[in-house]
Design a protein around this ligand. Sequence first.
Ligand SMILES: Cc1ncc(COP(=O)(O)O)c(C=O)c1O
Length: 399
Amino acid sequence: MDDEKRKKLTLESRMVYYPPEPGSMSVSDPIYMASNFQYTQDIYQRILDGARKEVNIYSRCGNPSEYKFEEQMVYIENGDSCLATASGMAAIAITLFGLLKSGDHIVSDWTTYSTTHEFLDHRFTDFGVETTFVDSSDSKMVESAFRPNTKVLYFETIANPTMKISDIEAIVKMAHDRGVIVICDNTFASPYVFRPLDWDVDICLESATKFIGGHNDALGGTITLKNGLLPADTLEKIRWSTLTKLGGSLSPFNAWLLLRGIQTLHVRVEKQCKNAMILANYLEKHPKVQRVWYPGLPSHPQHEIAKKLLPKFGAMLTFEVGDEQAAVRVLDALELSTFGASLGGVRTTTQVPATMAFLDVPPDQKKLMNIRDGMIRISAGLEDPDDLIADFEQALKLL
Ligand SMILES: Cc1ncc(COP(=O)(O)O)c(C=O)c1O
């Protein structure tokens, strides 16, 4: 199938289809489990001529399994180029180190993934890059934070743990009017629920570890770019200037697992979103539950924006049961759902954001982020929803 035809397929078909490997005609792509490749006499000239991806050198600089995964990500994110990395955090750090230099300024939402927040708040300041933290769902606050040296606006599509959603159209326009690059971490939504590049975001980041892989078995990250404010060769430049220096390359085996994960992403996430909606409705009516945060509920503060932006409301939700002790008691009692750190997999997973994801964030910042001690975050999986409800019902009885 030619490129134009492939681009015109529906998202679901683009997720499933990729061409066979030309030599073997293998329908499942082979895993190039190699760190090293044999040189040929003309290799230097071919590299100088720009045939980087056609000439394999050493897997820290690129590997055919990684390229195949990157190509597929371009098709499903509606991007122009993609760079895969060893993890979501590698994607975030490599993007920021690749684009920014000392003296630059970032405007970032204050409820990003805690490790991202710490990176911006502490580590990046050591390199002379300052960040102003704002509530990105408050467009006026975003506008007032821009400075003449602002280079990047950074936020997440659905922000942990209140599933906050920003008015992406408005804040992207504000940034672009000032020549500011927009970077969106789309991990909580997944490319099935939302594709930031369709909304003029410049760079979309994913922790592919989560919904894309989907089986709690592989770490990975992606940086996908749409040409426009940033030139077409930006990611190849970042590959050579930054990724090869920091060494955050994706392993060929994980690239293969993630490529396979994409093929069922739509089926998994469709059902996960349905389960999340069922759980949200159940929990909202439960007498022991103080509050539920799910963008699909009319009670969610950004429900109207969610309806405008998202065809589905995602598979992530949070509810509150008093204090941290109560939350842990409930999670410990769950038998079908797994109490654990990660999300986006086929199994329903739960955690207490205040003492897990946001453990290192000081109390005053947690307050700003609206993180409460008794919050429980759920990543809805693929189980039968009646079984999930029965599991939560028996656990909530302990309160
Ligand atoms: C929103 C978000 N972004 C990025 C990351 C980092 O991804 P990884 O764990 O693959 O490095 C996470 C991890 O939980 C996350 O939740």
